[in-house]
Write a protein that binds this ligand. Structure first.
Ligand code: 6GU
Length: 224
């Protein structure tokens, strides 16, 4: 899978994919992440990509022309399954969307900045608008990193057995159960006995009960 990301702050995206599971996904060539600097596609002086909004009001708006130049240049080389605009007024991202998007071959993510992007770009190029939650970020870059990570780790072959996505929180609408590792006793705090029993059947049952309990306590909305 290829994920191309258009941004005015490429430096923000140089770190997140260079470590851990995202690094492994790219080393195995299961995922390719390309960060594209929007300023390379503007024809305006001083690499300008934003301007004052018509009708007045505070905040700059990203201009349609550099965005279209960038997207059309990329489209001449790749066919995108989705062109996703990251914006707080988009559909709220969740595991189901991550699962769905992990089955695609080519995604293009557009990071908004300033007051937003010219609506004509959204109307004519964007196929999906996604938010990562009900709060406002300074730009779409961190949201693009969140999507890329959540999607990338679901690509078949990226996770090994022990980090298998099947036991993740949300994968079955349940939160993950508590986990423990050595030592068995720390400051009188003992690991639940069932986990030391060696009986895989009762361990699985305990984990499932703990998942349900935790979900009831913390996220009853998931059980509806
Ligand atoms: Cl996708 N972008 C911005 N700027 N803020 C956000 C967001 C996206 N999702 C939640 N807040």
């Amino acid at each position: 899978m290829t994920i191309d990301i258009i941004t005015v702050v490429p430096d923000l995206l140089s770190g997140p994919f260079s470590h851990s599971i995202m690094k492994r996904a790219q080393d195995k060539e299961l995922l390719k992440v390309n960060v594209i600097n929007l300023r390379a596609y503007t024809t305006y002086p001083r690499a300008q990509v934003d301007d004052y909004q018509f009708g007045g009001g505070a905040g700059m708006v990203m201009m349609v022309e550099p965005l279209v130049n960038a997207v059309e240049a990329l489209q001449s080389k790749n066919k995108y399954d989705e062109i996703i605009f990251l914006t707080p007024d988009g559909e709220t991202f969740n595991q189901k969307m991550a699962n769905h998007l992990s089955l695609k071959n080519n995604l293009l993510l557009i990071c908004g900045h300033y007051k937003g992007v010219d609506q004509r770009f959204r109307d004519h190029f964007v196929t999906k608008e996604i938010s990562i939650g009900d709060y406002v970020l300074s730009g779409g870059e961190l949201a693009a990193a969140v999507l890329t990570d959540a999607i990338g780790r679901l690509i078949p072959g990226v996770l090994n057995d022990e980090s298998s996505a099947l036991s993740d929180s949300f994968q079955d609408n349940l939160l993950a159960p508590p986990v423990f590792t050595r030592p068995e006793v720390f400051r009188e705090w003992k690991v639940p006995e069932v986990l030391m029993s060696g009986n895989h059947k009762i361990i699985e049952e305990w984990r499932y009960e703990q998942s349900v309990l935790r979900t009831k306590q913390r996220r009853p909305d998931l059980l509806d």
